[in-house]
Structure formats: structure tokens, C-alpha cells
Design a protein around this ligand. Structure first.
Ligand SMILES: Cc1cc2nc3c(=O)[nH]c(=O)nc-3n(C[C@H](O)[C@H](O)[C@H](O)COP(=O)(O)OP(=O)(O)OC[C@H]3O[C@@H](n4cnc5c(N)ncnc54)[C@H](O)[C@@H]3O)c2cc1C
Length: 416
């Protein structure tokens, strides 16, 4: 079924009785050419591009819970291409271009809203660093505009510019950055992959990975053994646990990141604002809620919930930056498990086991990577070669020293 404005109108007139389930609910087959562990954004996009770009259709995505129940449905939906270092810059630039055509590609409204992202700066030194980053973004073919204090005030009149700790001096605007609807991205890729013949198998937890003679042979699951020629571990915060099933120890720590949403308000915040010095960022959802978050919780964990001291810290940062927010009521908060690497950059690579691949290490920025990650992982799985925009995301860089230390925090994520 193709979606269109006419279809919505017609169904409205017919009492919405004509909508069909968006994807099938197949039983697992005994054998697949490729099995993807993890039905998050990255697993689904990999399955879709394997089918679409490389013609592989005998594929299963195995998800232990339900599609969209992981981080793909828990993030604060920011999409951007404002990275500076080679490796990340070309990858996220490619991803943003894919985002810009995604709704037509998937025939699904992912609600991409390029409302612009503004990163605030608070000193001359920080301004110089942002000028450098902005130039790197422009050289990469993306966009960046430096706003001085008055230019910023025109865009964001409600900030407290003269706060004692971090007076606001200006901002770096990335006009093509913005937000998308997280669930819709998962559902859009799931539907599009299903339409190309991919089996999406929910409530199917992988409990073991079968390796014989240095080659992957399949997986053990709560729904039986599934044989496969290729297996991809794409399980975000659980990557370390799943890789351990194949005897591997990944350079990943799992940490909690929380998000908060207020009651619905009239449009008040037009952009995404990032207040890095205060560990705070915010945007407004299409339903009107202010969506905001801060830094990682201070301990590693597999719990999908956060602790109260971090909630207090985030609220304090919000009040520091925009005291008006004190009048809004927070309705909901939740946590997700972040797969943190020592250099803050991801891995898209094969492993030492033939036929076994990993796509992980998305830290707290993997939502915007969903299209390019799937594109590049599919390329790697189908051709055996890294895609040119992901060629630096190698697993062995932590041994060889070819780090992409964008985050600049080193291995102590909880201390930066
Ligand atoms: C609060 C918060 C805010 C964030 N904000 C942003 C943002 O603004 N912008 C941005 O770019 N990124 C953001 N992120 C990060 C982003 O959400 C993640 O990097 C990204 O979603 C991870 O990839 P995924 O979608 O594939 O993960 P997931 O959706 O977590 O997918 C992994 C799946 O693997 C499944 N799985 C695990 N183990 C097994 C198993 N043994 N068998 C079968 N299935 C298994 C899980 O159930 C899960 O569904 C944020 C994250 C959080 C939590």
C-alpha cells in the first residue's frame, strides 16, 4: 500500500477501516543469507539497503523486544552534519544528504524538520574553535553561519545572555540541521524493508552465536536455531554483551543517557539549541513539548532508566540558560543505553570471524547516523569492502592508534 494525501483523505471518509498492518509477522526460517541482530534504526536501515542497493532479500532482522523499543525510539531526534574530524565529517555529511531524501525514498513521513541547530559559545577561545569547526563543515560541503551576540539575540531572545557563569557571546548556526520523528524513522525503514522481502522477527532474542572453524554459522535464539551465512551485530547499548557470545571483547562501555519532555506549549523554541558548557540541549517537538537532555549519568549500566542527581543537574542547566523554562512542567523522562567508544566515534567493520560483522559505538549521536550507517554496513556486508565514507570506522583503530577523537574525552566518559 502506497501512502499519499489522497489515501489519508479517502480513509478519513471511510472511517479508517482500510489500513493494513504495516509489516508482516513471519515465523523464522531455518536459514538466511544474512541475519541482523537488533531491530533498531541501524539494523533496520542495514536490512533495507542490503535489499534495495544490493539485491539481497533472504534476510532476517532479529529483535528481542519490539521494533522501536530501543534507543531509536528513545532519543531526542537531533539530526546534523557538524562534525570536524576526517572520518566523521564525510560520514555525517553523507547521512544528512540521505535524510533529505528519506521521506520520498521510504514513502513515509519521518517528519524531518531542518529548523537549524545553534551551538552557543561563551568565550573568545570557544568562538575561535567554533569558527574552525564551521569552516571544516563548509569545506565538507555542509553549511555553517557564525552569529555574534546581537545576531544570536535576534534568533533566541529568551536566553539569559548575562548569566554569571557562562555569559553567552554568540553561536554557530547549522541551518540544515534539525530534528526528525524517531519512531517514524524506525517504522518507515521497517515497512520499506518488509516490502522488499526482509523478515522482521520480533520477540526473538539472540542468546548465542555459532562459530565453526573460524566462520560464523548462525545464531541461537529464544525461537530456535537460525543458520546464516552472514551475521551482523547491530545492538547499540547491548553490543558488548552480544559480541561476547562470539568470544569478543569490544572497546565499548554502556552508559545511561536521559531525556525529558514538558507539557505541550505554543511554539516558543524554533531551533535546536546546544549549550555545551552547561551540558544541556533543547528543541520543541511538533506536539509542543520541550524536549531536552544533558550529559551521561555518572555510571555505566544496562538499565534503561536514569538517576535523579542527573535530572536535577539538567534542570539547573535549563534554568541557567532560559529562566522562563521554570514555568513549564516536566511530564516524562526516560533513559537509554549508550554504546560509548574510547574516542566517541563508531565502528562499522568485519571481525576476525569470517562472516561476522559489527556496527556499534554510536555513543549519544547515533540517530542522525541511521541512514548512512545502514548504507555503509550494507555495502560492507554485500561487497566485503568498507564504504569510502566509513573507511576509518575500523575496529583495530584502538590498537593501531588511528583514533577519531571527536569527543576529546578519552575513555572516561563519565568524567568529561
Ligand atoms: C536520551 C537519548 C537521547 C539521544 N539523542 C540523540 C540525538 O538527539 N541525536 C542522535 O543522533 N542520537 C541520539 N541518541 C543516540 C541514538 O538514539 C543511538 O545512538 C541510536 O539509536 C542507536 O542505534 P539503534 O537505533 O540501532 O539502537 P536501538 O534502537 O537500541 O537498537 C538496538 C536493538 O538491539 C536489540 N537487541 C539487543 N540485544 C539483543 C539480542 N540479544 N537479540 C536481539 N535483539 C537485541 C535491542 O532490543 C534494540 O532494539 C540519543 C539516545 C538517547 C538514549
Amino acid at each position: 500500500m502506497r501512502y499519499s494525501g489522497w489515501k489519508v483523505l479517502l480513509e478519513g471518509l471511510r472511517g479508517n477501516r482500510g489500513w493494513k498492518p504495516v509489516w508482516r509477522d513471519p515465523a523464522p526460517k531455518a536459514h538466511y543469507d544474512a541475519v541482523i541482530i537488533g531491530g533498531g534504526g541501524h539494523g533496520l536501515s542495514t536490512a533495507y539497503y542490503l535489499a534495495k542497493n544490493h539485491g539481497l532479500t533472504n534476510i532476517a532482522v532479529l529483535e528481542k523486544g519490539y521494533i522501536g523499543g530501543g534507543n531509536v525510539g528513545r532519543n531526542t531526534t537531533i539530526v546534523r552534519a557538524d562534525y570536524m574530524l576526517p572520518g566523521n565529517a564525510e560520514f555525517y555529511s553523507h547521512s544528512l544528504k540521505l535524510w533529505e531524501g528519506l521521506e520520498a525514498e521510504l514513502n513515509y513521513n519521518v517528519m524531518l524538520s531542518q529548523r537549524g541547530i545553534i551551538r552557543l559559545f561563551h568565550s573568545d577561545g570557544q568562538r575561535d574553535a567554533f569558527v574552525r569547526r564551521g569552516n571544516a563543515m563548509i569545506n565538507q560541503g555542509d553549511d555553517a553561519v557564525l552569529l555574534d551576540r546581537e545576531g544570536l539575540r535576534e534568533q533566541l531572545p529568551y536566553l539569559d545572555y548575562d548569566q554569571a557563569r557562562f555569559p553567552v557571546h554568540g553561536g554557530l548556526l547549522h541551518p540544515r540541521g534539525g530534528t526528525a520523528r524517531h519512531d517514524a524513522v524506525a517504522w518507515g525503514y521497517a515497512r520499506a524493508a518488509d516490502r522488499r522481502g526482509v523478515d522482521l522477527i520480533q520477540n526473538c532474542e539472540v542468546t548465542g552465536i555459532d562459530v565453526e572453524g573460524g566462520r560464523v554459522r548462525g545464531v541461537q535464539t529464544t525461537r530456535g536455531v537460525i543458520r546464516a551465512d552472514k551475521v551482523a551485530i547491530i545492538t547499540a547499548g547491548r553490543s558488548g554483551q552480544v559480541a561476547a557470545m562470539a568470544g569478543m571483547r569490544l572497546p565499548i562501555e554502556s552508559h545511561i543517557l536521559q531525556a525529558f519532555v514538558t507539557e505541550g506549549l505554543k511554539p516558543v523554541i524554533d531551533h535546536v539549541i546546544s549549550f555545551g558548557m552547561g551540558h544541556f540541549y533543547i528543541s520543541q517537538s511538533d506536539k509542543g513539548g520541550l524536549v531536552f537532555g544533558g550529559d551521561l549519568d555518572f555510571h555505566s549500566s544496562y538499565a534503561q532508566r536514569g538517576n535523579l542527581p542527573m535530572a536535577e543537574h539538567v534542570m539547573e542547566a535549563a534554568m541557567t540558560l532560559m529562566p522562563m523554562i521554570g514555568r513549564a512542567r516536566v511530564l516524562r523522562s526516560w533513559g537509554g543505553i549508550m554504546d560509548m567508544t574510547p574516542d566517541g566515534s563508531p565502528v562499522i567493520d568485519r571481525t576476525h570471524i569470517d562472516g561476522l560483522f559489527v556496527d556499534c559505538g554510536w555513543n549519544y549521536g547515533g540517530f542522525k547516523a541511521v541512514p548512512a550507517s545502514g548504507w555503509c554496513m550494507a555495502h560492507l556486508m554485500a561487497t566485503g569492502e568498507s564504504h569510502e565514507v566509513a573507511r576509518r570506522f575500523r575496529l583495530n583503530r584502538f590498537a593501531t592508534g588511528h583514533l577519531i577523537d571527536e569527543e576529546g574525552s578519552g575513555s572516561q566518559h563519565n568524567l568529561h
